[in-house]
Design a protein around this ligand. Structure first.
Ligand code: UDX
Length: 439
């Protein structure tokens, strides 16, 4: 079975590489010639642990190719995946489907009879049907199938997520579509990871509902953390306590500076906008978006409060600018709100991130970039931990204190044990727990 993957962004590239790893013949297509050239030199344009290795292996085996020749790739494929971007549309926040529809038109012109067109991009409900209409209008004589196969992989563990998913969602309209998806995912042990076969609409909605629920879960624990601070509680103990209830589950209950990344902010905004337009507003999700936005600003205030009344001229070391560890992605990262808020108050920000600097630098003018966390802490009045990279977890807190001019650590990911930080002479201000160490 031959596959083409239209779009070599995050989802497209990881999926293409992983399908090749399953043994299929995969052609990844992109209009960006420079990107394709780099991929052909085996240079991976994103930071994703393990991806370069799997890519190189499959490329060497001849199962994985990269091209800008859209028509040739599609013409020889049994299954064509659409994995192009669906950014938020300016103004109304709905997903911008221009790239999906453009791809559909081009696929229609080039595809062979009997092809299955699978939409992997995150698309609002009803898009698959529209894609079907577009293709049918272009090629009324040709028989084809449409399917929806949303992707749930997380940045930083994308390969593992693809190879060992909790489930695979297969939205289909006929047996040919179902058979194609069953065949594609046969290499997975589908007893452990069920294939949920359903309608196109159900599959499209499943993706949005899953992301919206997870965003809501994070936001819920963030608000509980605020309450813990008021009553002298510890959100980590509360999260453990509620997470042991199987109906709640222990994952996604880490309180922090608010969710970010390329999916949650965009997808929650899109589903909320669509739902409102259709007259079935998702008020819980609308509130989630609002609370999460406010949280990022509140986190900046927390750092400023730690500095005391005089903030101008003070120095804050920021540990981590990526929206989470093991990625260089800073899209919608809390750092993009928190750092400018600190700068507005006259603070000099010295920042470190193991991978995120290149993406963050153009977006965060005025930041002093440092090679390591100790260097960033040099002369700082406070340290603010924004991303829980492992390199920050193991720091020698005594040494950290020595580098600093002050002693405040605003630990937005609760990576340090408060009593350990206090023993090192630091004032630890975590999330959802009492501060530790002398004020
Ligand atoms: C997410 C979904 O998990 C994935 O299924 C979907 O396909 C794309 O969006 P990703 O954006 O890579 O994946 O990141 P994820 O690991 O889910 O984290 C999202 C954000 O939530 C991050 O900013 C993270 O720091 C935050 N988060 C997550 C918390 O603050 N607390 C948690 O307990 C979990």
């Amino acid at each position: 079975m031959k596959i083409s993957m239209i779009g070599t962004g995050y989802v497209g590239l990881v999926s293409g590489v992983c399908f090749a790893e399953f043994g299929f013949d995969v052609t990844c297509v992109d209009i960006d010639a420079a990107k394709i050239e780099r991929l052909n030199r085996l240079e991976v344009p994103i930071y994703e642990p393990g991806l370069d290795e799997v890519l190189a292996r499959n490329h060497a085996a001849g199962r994985l190719t990269f091209t800008t020749d859209f028509d040739a790739a599609v013409a020889s494929s049994d299954v064509v995946f659409i994995a192009v971007g669906t950014p938020s549309r300016r103004g109304d926040g709905e997903a911008d489907l221009t790239y999906v529809f453009d791809a559909a038109r081009r696929i229609a012109r080039a595809m062979k009879p009997g092809a299955v067109v699978v939409i992997k991009s995150t698309v609002v409900v009803g898009t698959c049907r529209k894609v079907k209409e577009i293709i049918a209008a272009e090629r009324p004589d040709v028989d084809f199938s449409i399917a929806s196969n949303p992707e749930f992989l997380r940045e930083g563990s994308a390969i593992e997520d693809f190879m060992r998913p909790d489930r695979v969602i297969a939205g289909v309209e006929d047996e040919r579509g179902e058979a194609a998806l069953r065949r594609l995912y046969r290499p997975l042990n589908l007893r452990e990871a069920p294939l949920v076969v359903s309608s196109l609409e159900n599959a499209e909605l499943t993706k949005y509902a899953a992301n919206a629920f997870l965003a809501m879960k994070i936001t819920f624990i963030n608000e509980i953390a605020d309450l813990c601070e008021k009553v002298g509680g510890d959100v980590q103990r509360v999260a453990t306590g509620i997470g042991l209830d199987n109906r709640i589950g222990s994952k996604f209950l880490h309180a922090g500076p608010g969710y970010g990344g390329s999916c949650f902010p965009k997808d929650t905004t899109a589903i909320a906008a669509t739902a409102r337009k259709l007259g079935a507003p998702l008020r819980l999700i609308e509130t989630t978006i609002e609370v999460n936005e406010a949280r990022k600003k509140a986190m900046a205030q927390r750092v400023l409060a730690a500095l005391g009344p005089q903030t101008a001229g003070r120095i804050v070391a920021v540990f981590g600018v990526a929206f989470k560890p093991n990625t260089d992605d800073v899209r919608d990262a809390p750092s993009l709100v928190i750092i400018p808020e600190l700068q507005k108050a006259g603070v000099t920000v010295r920042a470190h991130d193991p991978e995120g600097r290149a993406q963050a630098e153009p977006l965060l003018p005025g930041v002093v970039w440092c090679e390591g966390p100790y260097e960033a802490a040099e002369g700082a009045d406070a340290v603010a931990v924004l991303t829980e990279w492992n390199v920050y977890r193991g720091l020698d807190l005594g040494k950290l204190k020595e580098c600093m001019a002050g002693r405040m650590v605003v630990d937005m990911r609760n990576i340090y044990r408060p009593e350990e930080a206090a023993a090192a002479g630091l004032r630890h201000i975590g999330i959802g727990k009492p501060p530790a160490g002398d004020a």
